[in-house]
Write a protein that binds this ligand. Structure first.
Ligand code: 4TK
Ligand code: ZN
Ligand code: ZN
Length: 283
């Protein structure tokens, strides 16, 4: 495989203000990871898999506080990137006739004098502006620039995976992930792959009307909307960074970690997403 790591200066040159806003407070530098698998012959199709890669999510200045905030779980906030790289390892061994780009805008969401402030306005690499009304909705900021980057590669489809919202766990619990898609064929292909792989996804609506909840008077959008329907507004936010390529978003916040044996997984990280992604790429 080919590996390209974009350091902070390269991300700045590409205008990735949303991703870099999230990374500002950490002592650890952001890394934009782009790993490519190319088959030996002409690829049958070209795909991109994008994983949220927050190595730790403190919440930033909107710090995760109080019982139930799950701050002690937040090493799991790289579960999307982990699934992406896990799929890369398997795909490189299975050698399908498909070109696959594996992408993660990796960073740590922290607090310091250099932190992104609530109320800051960020400009993403597609030129859209974002009013940050909650620094803890950082995953969608990192994914925004990663999705713009993925579409520029000229792929036939993009799938992102992210431990994106607590609201998705409220909706679907810890054994079913949320699936949103702009393309019914892609949604169907993913559901077929998931069924073969033994993972559960439930398709959720991209209800355009709910984008009203993200309206800002100072920017193109806010990064968080009302509490109700929070997993849907998160998906609608991501959609702003896709132009026309078929795209699916998988919210895996509930499924990446388990405290107990549940018939599918042992305690710890579950690797959720890997099996479905590999099956989908091979299909
Ligand atoms: C994400 N936070 C949210 O969904 C808000 C909008 C309530 C802040 C989060 O921190 N994303 O980066 Br468990 C979230 C994700 C998983 C879990 C709790 C909160
Ligand atoms: Zn967060
Ligand atoms: Zn997060």
């Amino acid at each position: 495989m080919e590996l390209e790591i974009l350091e902070q200066d390269a991300c700045e040159a590409l205008g990735m203000g949303a991703f870099l806003g999230v990374a500002k407070a950490s002592d650890l530098p952001p890394k934009f990871i782009h790993l490519t698998y190319r088959p030996s012959g002409t690829p049958r199709r070209k795909l991109a898999i994008v994983g949220k890669g927050l190595t730790f999510d403190s919440g930033g200045l909107n710090i995760k506080a109080g019982a139930g905030s799950m701050i002690e779980m937040m090493k799991f906030d790289m579960g999307g990137a982990a699934a992406t790289l896990g799929a890369a390892k398997a795909i490189a061994q299975l050698k399908p006739d498909v070109e696959v780009h594996f992408i993660s805008a990796a960073a740590e969401n922290m607090i310091s004098g250099r932190a992104m402030r609530p109320g800051d306005i960020l400009t993403a690499s597609n030129g859209k502006t974002i009013e940050v009304n909650n620094t803890d909705a950082e995953g969608r900021l990192t994914l925004a620039d990663a999705l713009v980057f993925a579409e520029k590669l000229g792929v036939d489809a993009i799938v992102d995976l992210a431990t994106l919202t607590g609201a998705c766990i409220v909706a679907l619990g810890d054994n079913i992930a949320g699936l949103w898609s702009t393309d019914d064929t892609l949604a169907k292909d993913l559901q077929q792959a998931a069924q073969t792989a033994g993972e559960k996804y439930w398709q959720m609506p991209l209800e355009d009307k709910y984008f009203d909840g993200l309206k800002s008077i100072v920017a193109d959008m806010k990064n968080t909307g009302p509490r109700f329907g929070g997993a849907i507004t998160a998906a609608l936010f991501l959609k702003q960074f896709i132009q026309s390529v078929p795209w699916a978003h998988l919210d895996i916040a509930g499924t990446v970690w388990t405290e107990k044996e549940n018939g599918y997984n042992s305690p710890g990280g579950t690797g959720f997403g890997v099996r479905t992604l590999v099956q989908w790429v091979l299909s």
